[in-house]
Design a protein around this ligand. Structure first.
Ligand SMILES: Cc1ncc(C[n+]2csc(CCOP(=O)(O)OP(=O)(O)O)c2C)c(N)n1
Ligand SMILES: [Mg+2]
Length: 589
């Protein structure tokens, strides 16, 4: 296909860039990408304009690429679908790096489209040029250097097919980020973009069948090796351990299958707060769901009595040190359920990869002999310890963060997504999040455990999504306060519960808390007035000091856009209360 009119060189170049931009965005739309987040810049003009013009895709602009990266990450996490990012040349793409790393570790499909100068302007001190080739190293599923636009059918076919294959790499069995480095030659603005739309339409008509196939593609079911199923089902004293398995949020059928597996084997389910299981109605009704294991495993005698011979691990292993020590002391055989690409055994246990999908494993397990005593011992302890924690929480002050967390888990309405910041927030949730029947999903950037990008990820999650709630510490909030700049392009409802303990409360749990340098170099209290910070960004703010107001806020997220509520706590008191209730074993990371 050749562009018509023999326009001037500059006009022909601008037309070609416009056509390529339109083709890229339209192919992405047809492949199922529904959100493009772009950051302003000139080299990326053709892609950005195409995104803005393409009616099928939601295109938003975010100034700070670091924040944009996390926003896209949050949107992809919540939807389970790939989200595209566009940026200009220079350091812009480098600012996507932390979000790309998190996406890679936590298997989130991101398509990063960086733009670059053409080959003749690289390595010669031209402005705004850095080496963008394989910028993200091994932190992406694939890298594609996209050749300079050419006005030929073979170039257009190459673009289409590269996108088709790359989306499979981002969104296939082992989800993760994919990086494309596009190069564009100036100029970018053509005088008659309408004529290009017509050409694009003709071009796409000839591509329709190839691209449509991918959207119809669904994840294949993988059956387990029968011999391994035989081994698994030979154990009476087993546990299903579901750690950080946020991806299950987009697959409600898998929760049903886990319940079926638990029922058939007679194995209780130990559920981390970062699996959606703690909020699953189905699991509360049909299985033995254990959430207070961290408490009763501290008791040596009790853990002897609860000695498992086998573990079925789904998702990452829970981070609880007590739980990991318990596994190490009994060395049960650990069946690691997954597609086999990823080693999910951080304790180098007696582990066996069990390559299968949850649905296929559930179908492969027939009726088994169940040890009722085993199941009952676990459920009795769960009831006992749940009541103990309830009593401690009731007598604790509202300003104890563990209490705030438990109250939120009790107050939260259905149909609400939750995002937990790293640091003490996720740890308090692990200890105090009460199981419930809301079916809500819980997310956290628990791949690389960064406190960067917290607000932006939560905003991305809530953008055009469910009413959502973020619980964050003060430093995590400030680290990403640029996320507040996105208020005006953000379309959703997000209640931010800001736990202000005047610095990094997590470090109070470490021996460094005794050091003279503690406040200056570790706790690092900041001096920002959150009310004023919110006001200057046009964001609604309220200080909350009691449970009734918290309840009211948590029950009225829908329709209120972005709102920040601040609860001031005391990190030194919190440590004491936490130890009294829980004897924590925490590490700052
Ligand atoms: C990007 C990044 N920088 C530094 C850290 C180390 N770190 C872990 S927790 C923490 C303090 C967080 O403080 P805050 O958000 O107030 O939570 P709190 O500890 O008070 O619960 C820091 C600096 C990190 N995890 N990620
Ligand atoms: Mg703090």
């Amino acid at each position: 296909m050749v562009l018509s009119n023999s326009p001037s060189d500059g006009e022909a170049q601008a037309q070609l860039n416009t056509l390529v931009g339109g083709l890229v965005v339209e192919v992405l739309a047809r492949l199922g990408v529904s959100l493009i987040v772009s950051a302003p810049g000139s080299r990326s003009t053709s892609l950005t304009l195409a995104a803005a013009e393409n009616g099928k895709i939601d295109a938003i602009s975010i100034l700070d690429e670091r924040s944009a990266g996390f926003f896209a990450l949050g949107a992809a996490k919540a939807s389970g679908k790939p989200v595209a990012l566009i940026c200009t040349s220079g350091t812009a793409a480098a600012n996507f790096y932390p979000a790309v790393i998190e996406a890679q570790i936590s298997n989130v499909p991101l398509l990063v489209l960086s733009c670059d100068r053409p080959f003749d302007l690289r390595n010669c001190s031209a402005g705004q040029v850095i080496d963008q080739i394989k910028l993200f190293g091994n932190n992406v599923n694939a890298f594609y250097e996209i050749g300079l636009p050419e006005n030929t059918d073979s170039y257009f076919n190459y673009i289409r097919q590269t996108l088709v294959h790359s989306v499979t790499k981002a969104n296939g069995l082992n989800k993760g980020p994919v990086h494309f480095n596009f190069s564009f030659r100036e100029p970018f603005i053509c005088s008659d973009p309408k004529s290009i739309s017509l050409k694009l339409e003709q071009l796409l008509n000839s591509h329709a069948n190839v691209v449509a196939k991918i959207t119809e593609h669904s994840e294949p079911s993988i059956s387990p090796e029968p011999l391994l199923v035989e081994k698994l089902t030979s154990h009476r004293k087993g546990l299903i351990v579901v750690g950080n398995a946020q991806e299950l949020a987009n697959n409600p059928d898998s929760i049903k299958c886990i319940a079926e597996i638990s029922h058939a084997l007679g194995w209780p389910i130990l559920a981390d707060v970062l699996s959606p299981l703690r909020n699953s109605q189905q699991l509360l009704e049909t299985s033995t769901l254990i959430t207070h294991y961290d408490y009763f495993m501290r008791d040596a005698e009790m853990s002897e009595e609860l000695q498992p011979t086998a573990i079925l691990q789904i998702g990452a292993l829970p981070t609880s040190k007590v739980f990991r020590a318990y596994l190490k002391s009994f060395s049960p055989v650990q069946f690691l359920l997954g597609n086999g690409f990823k080693n999910i055994d951080p304790i180098n246990a007696h582990s066996i990869p069990l390559i299968a999908t949850i649905d296929a494993l559930s179908s492969a397990i027939g009726p088994c002999q169940v040890d009722e005593n085993w199941v009952n011992s676990w459920s009795n302890l769960e009831c006992d310890y749940s009541a103990r924690v309830d009593r401690s929480i009731q007598s604790a002050d509202f300003k104890f963060e563990g209490k705030v967390t438990r109250l939120i888990s009790q107050y939260l309405p259905e149909n609400t997504d939750v995002f937990l910041a790293n640091s003490m927030t996720v740890r308090y949730a692990e200890s105090f999040w009460q199981k419930n029947t809301t079916n809500n999903s819980i997310f956290c950037n628990r791949g690389a455990n960064g406190i960067d990008g917290t607000l932006s990820t939560a905003m991305g999650m809530a953008h055009n999504g469910k009413p959502s709630l973020l619980i964050t510490g003060d430093l995590a909030f400030l680290h990403d306060s640029n996320g507040l700049l996105n208020t005006h392009s953000f379309d959703g409802d997000l209640l931010v519960i800001l736990i202000n303990n005047d610095g990094g409360g997590i470090f109070e749990h470490l021996p460094i808390a005794e050091s003279d340098h503690f406040e200056n170099y570790f706790a690092t209290p900041q001096t920002v007035n959150f009310n004023q910070l919110c006001e200057s960004h046009g964001v609604n703010y309220q200080a909350v000091e009691d449970a009734e107001t918290l309840l009211m806020e948590v029950r009225s997220i829908a329709g209120n856009g972005l709102k920040v509520i601040e609860i001031v706590t005391d990190r030194k008191n919190d440590v004491k209360t936490f130890y009294q209730i829980n004897h924590p074993n925490t590490d700052a990371n």
